[in-house]
Design a protein around this ligand. Structure first.
Ligand code: PRP
Ligand code: URA
Length: 209
């Protein structure tokens, strides 16, 4: 898989534009994030290993394609990651889930960990980490480090929006982890917000400030 995939599908770009609009309501923002996560999940799982199994259709027996290997793990970077997680689980309901609680210190922009819970056997599974925003990449880099410490070595990172700075920093820190995103914006501003961006993803999802 390429190290960076930008999903430029018209449906993704159209929905993202509505999400960026500051007049979009909390309810619409959450619904659109869930819808886009279906389309990002579709891309992130495109190269899953396949096998076949014997089934019987109403007409005959056939060797039918099915996904090989152990169940996937989705790792949600709290709290905004949950907005992507819900949609990913719509498509892969049997996936296991890890939660990585991080917040971005508003002064230093370092990621601060407050929670971590993951399935035991990450080494045997594809682990897809999800967070709508890749800004400085401090949060994403730490989350991937924590997952690797727990044994994960087949990882992907799905973000709704990324900054060019975040993509560069992340790919240098984790060159083995492909990024799948809907857009790479212009730059970070002086407060390390992505611009044009969509603001604070967590606040827009949950109506906080
Ligand atoms: C946001 C976002 C990412 C992080 C990105 O989370 O969801 O986790 O910032 O910024 P970075 O790339 O510079 O680390 P935030 O810390 O606001 O927490 P929240 O999800 O609880 O709102
Ligand atoms: N976190 C967000 O939610 N938005 C940004 O633009 C940057 C970090």
């Amino acid at each position: 898989m390429k190290q960076v995939t930008v999903v430029d599908h018209p449906l993704v770009q159209h929905k993202l534009t509505i999400m960026r609009d500051k007049e979009t309501s909390t309810a619409s923002f959450r619904r659109l994030l869930r819808e886009i996560s279906h389309l990002l999940c579709y891309e992130a799982t495109r190269e899953l290993a396949m096998t076949t199994k014997t089934i019987e259709t109403p007409l005959m027996e056939m060797e039918a394609p099915t996904i090989a290997g152990k169940k996937l793990v989705f790792a949600s970077i709290l709290r905004a990651g949950n907005g992507l997680l819900e949609g990913m689980l719509d498509l892969v309901p049997s996936a296991r889930v890890a939660h990585v609680g991080l917040y971005r210190d508003p002064e230093t922009f370092e990621a601060v960990e407050y929670y971590f819970k993951a399935p035991e056997d990450l080494q045997n599974r594809l682990v897809i980490a999800v967070d709508p925003m890749l800004a400085t990449a401090n949060s994403a880099i730490l989350a991937i480090e924590k997952l690797k410490e727990r044994g994960a070595h087949n990882l992907r990172f799905v973000a709704l929006l990324a900054s060019p700075e975040g993509v560069k920093t992340f790919t240098e820190a984790h060159p083995d982890v492909p990024i799948i995103t809907a857009a790479i914006d212009e730059k970070l501003n002086e407060k390390n917000y992505i611009i044009p961006g969509l603001g604070d993803a967590g606040d827009r999802m949950y109506g906080t400030k």
